[in-house]
Design a protein around this ligand. Structure first.
Ligand code: G4P
Length: 530
């Protein structure tokens, strides 16, 4: 098959949700449809379970398992589907944000009983920033929840995206029977008796089908008629180009647990979701069909086996064909590298691949050459855009507890932050190291890994700051003045960009008013967005 056909038949996406909305269950059902796993429960292990925060070893163990579910690939009717896993635990949200830079679209799962939750809102913000096409799956329709029409309004308001129902529920709660496809006019009624491997549903060609009245509860059919009429009258028909540009989200209803409404989601997804498209680098736009390979590292997983210290760097291929054992150019280091054992992931198993195509993710064994955002090419000097760091929510200072191991501590902190475990800021005087994260757990991860992998001991002291904003300006004089007058609030990131540390939104607002020509950024995205 030629490169263009390989690209056309790929769909690379992530399923995202607030923890417990049903991401794992939905992933599993999609894998069952793709025959990538044989039994339900097989990917449950990718979830960091509700452990207490101090149960760090358990979390590490589960993170280890989650490597094999980092990418779950399967084929469905000739389409190569690549699902990129995102950690459910909110303390690993930064990993999720980065994974979103490597997908072409997302499916967002919302729990009908809970509606839009905090993490959903944040993830959606990242999708909006990147104009990622989003499909919404309203899950747990077998439970009592928010009325059907109200949830649409909530989605639209809370997620700040226009929505368009694509399927509509037939009943809800314990009377939830299936879904009606508003576009092909077909009703899928779920049959609990049938296996969950296939979707086990009966399809009827519309509400007037002779069996509809027999199979659907009277009240459900009546409500469906009314609601479908209303929805068809109120909502504009689905517009694919608005969806592809990230302005419109089609909404599906269902119950992942009961496999109800999932097939409608999958089939529509395969029909409308985009194949790999052009990717922006600082220098130019790269088309997937270019014959030379380009790709970037969006995730690094270390310490798979404590005895071997391996690291695995995950590369999203943006153009060309990736080949095993071929030399590629590492643009940051100006170094030639080749990979004898690149790995692809098929659901729960790993295998060495000889070649891979745009949209695919390959795992590259690494001895410390990579950091997040690194680019590989066939010689061209390129840097892909848009793998930003986000303003951390917790900031703490690192204290060295063993003076003889200062060098190891320094190296460890730099390497772990290159991997994306947390962000490092340096504060003067005294080169003080400040670590910024989105969750408490990261401090445990860092402390444990510094001790076990670098032999360095440290603890962290709290700081009064809870936000870090990157500063840019065309007005050098104002910047100089701020750096001098607010020295206590200034630190620098690894690339020496000044960062303003603030105690509260109010404090930041005051500074913004004092220095109107300075720009304070919540993400480091401006660096690469130009
Ligand atoms: P997550 O990855 O988004 O965190 O959610 P996950 O799929 O693990 O689902 C969270 C809980 O919700 C699980 O129950 C799961 O069985 C349940 N669930 C998922 N989809 C549905 C659905 O359509 N209907 C209903 N009623 N429940 C659903 P749990 O008891 O927390 O875990 P488990 O013991 O079942 O694994």
């Amino acid at each position: 098959m030629d490169l263009k056909s390989e690209i056309k038949r790929r769909r690379t996406f992530a399923i995202i949700s607030h923890p417990d909305a049903g991401k794992t269950t939905l992933t599993e059902k999609l894998l069952l449809f793709g025959n990538a796993i044989q039994t339900a429960g097989a990917v449950k292990s990718n979830k960091i379970r509700k452990t207490s925060q101090s149960d760090f070893m358990e979390i590490e163990k589960q993170r280890g398992i989650s490597v094999s579910t980092s990418v779950m690939a399967f084929e469905y009717e000739g389409i190569q589907v690549n699902i990129l896993d995102t950690p459910g635990h909110k303390d690993f949200a930064e990993d999720t944000y980065r994974t979103l830079s490597a997908v072409d679209s997302v499916i967002l799962v919302v729990d009908i009983a809970k509606g839009v939750e905090e993490q959903t809102r944040k993830l959606m913000q990242v999708c909006r920033m990147r104009h990622t096409p989003v499909m919404i799956f309203v899950n747990k329709m077998d439970r009592e929840g928010i009325p059907h029409l109200d949830i649409l309004e909530e989605l639209e308001q809370e997620l700040q995206i226009e929505v368009c129902p694509y399927t509509w529920p037939v009943g809800s709660g314990r009377y939830f029977q299936g879904v009606y496809n508003l576009y092909d006019n077909a009703i899928s009624l779920h049959d609990v008796e049938k296996s969950t491997k296939t979707d086990g549903s009966t399809r009827l060609s519309g509400m007037d089908h002779p069996d509809a009245a027999k199979m659907i509860r009277d009240t459900n059919l009546e409500t469906l008629r009314e609601e479908a009429e209303f929805v068809n009258g109120v909502f504009e028909p689905f517009n694919r180009s608005l969806y592809l540009d990230g302005y419109l989200a089609p909404v599906f209803f269902g119950s992942a647990l009961n496999n109800n409404g999932v097939l409608e989601l999958l089939e529509t997804f395969l029909e409308i979701a985009p194949p790999p498209g052009p990717v922006e680098a600082t220098e130019r736009i790269i088309e997937p069909s270019e014959d030379k390979l380009t790709g970037f590292i969006f995730k690094i997983h270390a310490n798979l086996d404590p005895n071997h210290r391996d690291r695995i760097a995950f590369m999203r291929i943006c153009s060309g064909k990736f080949e095993r054992n071929k030399f590629y150019h590492h643009t940051r280091l100006g170094k030639k590298l080749r990979f004898p054992a690149p790995t692809s992931f098929m659901a729960n198993s790993k295998q060495i691949v000889d070649e891979a195509f745009p949209g695919d993710v390959v795992g590259l064994y690494d001895s410390g050459n990579f950091k997040i955002g690194d680019t590989l090419t066939e010689g061209e000097q390129l840097q892909f855009k848009g793998i930003p760091s986000f303003s951390p929510e917790i900031l703490r200072e690192v204290n060295n507890l063993d003076n003889f191991k200062a060098k190891q501590l320094d190296k460890g902190v730099r390497q772990l932050t290159d991997e994306g475990v947390a962000q490092l800021f340096i504060k003067q005087p005294g080169n003080r190291k400040i670590i910024g994260t989105v969750g408490e757990l990261q401090y445990e991860v860092i402390k444990y890994r510094l001790e076990h992998e670098y032999g360095a001991k440290c603890n962290f002291s709290p700081l009064s700051f809870n936000r870090a904003h990157w500063i840019t300006t065309g007005n050098k004089q104002q910047l100089e003045e701020l750096l001098k007058r607010k020295e206590n609030n200034i630190a620098f990131d690894k690339e020496e960009t000044p960062v303003y540390l603030s105690e509260s939104d109010w404090a930041l607002k005051t500074v913004k008013e004092m220095y109107p020509e300075l720009e304070f950024h919540e993400t480091s995205g401006f660096k690469v967005e130009g």
